[in-house]
Design a binder for this molecule. Structure first.
Ligand SMILES: [Zn+2]
Length: 208
């Protein structure tokens, strides 16, 4: 076993496949309409959930899994893991796993640290638990996009096969992200892009 966790930021693929991922949810204001939008476009996604939000809205996590989406861990309450001890990280992960298990989500092996920051305590614990670190190919900047149009144009023009993209369905007002996705998804589907989960993409060779 390596001391460093496996990490993926993009995939090498000859197929027009893209992994869209969502952080900070679930939040009933945005996650529920997002699930409906994804279904409309036959898009599967990966949700990196906050454990405390799962505990507050357990039905939503169950709905994600039932719809074929994948769930990964984004910490319990979104504390930075930069200076956390291994024991603290273990607790963050265990509490989130427990919350997910009560919703019937038991196979969880994907992790994304809050703010993408990890100190050695987190690195060692994530590796010991065999969790795969899921990064991003480039930043969508959805959480501080100046307008819907700006975000649509940025994402549609920059997306390439094999990309991993991060959007947010919680942690604040995500209505701009949702409105942009209403245009982004059909435009990329029109280009022949298929939206897949991280594990569907991992059948292909990952790169750093
Ligand atoms: Zn986050």
């Amino acid at each position: 076993m390596s001391l460093l966790p496996q990490r993926v930021n993009r995939f090498v693929t000859t197929q027009k496949r893209v992994a869209i991922t969502f952080d900070d949810g679930p939040d009933p204001r945005f996650t529920q309409p997002l699930l409906e939008l994804l279904a409309q476009h036959n898009a599967l996604a990966t949700f990196f959930v906050r454990g405390s939000n799962v505990a507050a809205h357990p039905a939503l996590a169950g709905r994600m899994q039932a719809a074929g989406h994948e769930l990964g861990i984004h910490g319990w309450h979104h504390a930075s893991l930069r200076w956390s001890t291994r024991c603290q990280v273990q607790q963050e992960i265990r509490r989130t796993r427990d919350a997910l298990a009560t919703c019937g989500v038991t196979k969880v092996d994907l992790f994304r640290p809050p703010y993408m920051r990890m100190g050695w305590g987190a690195v060692l614990e994530v590796a010991a638990q065999n969790l795969v670190l899921v990064g991003q190919s480039w930043k969508t900047h959805d959480y501080h996009a100046p307008s819907v149009e700006w975000l649509v144009k940025r994402v549609v023009s920059k997306t390439r096969p094999g990309d991993i993209l991060i959007f947010h369905d919680g942690g604040g007002d995500r209505s701009l992200t949702l409105k942009a996705l209403e245009q982004i998804l059909p435009q990329l589907v029109e280009q022949g892009i298929c939206f897949c989960t991280i594990h569907q993409m991992m059948a292909k060779k990952p790169t750093r």
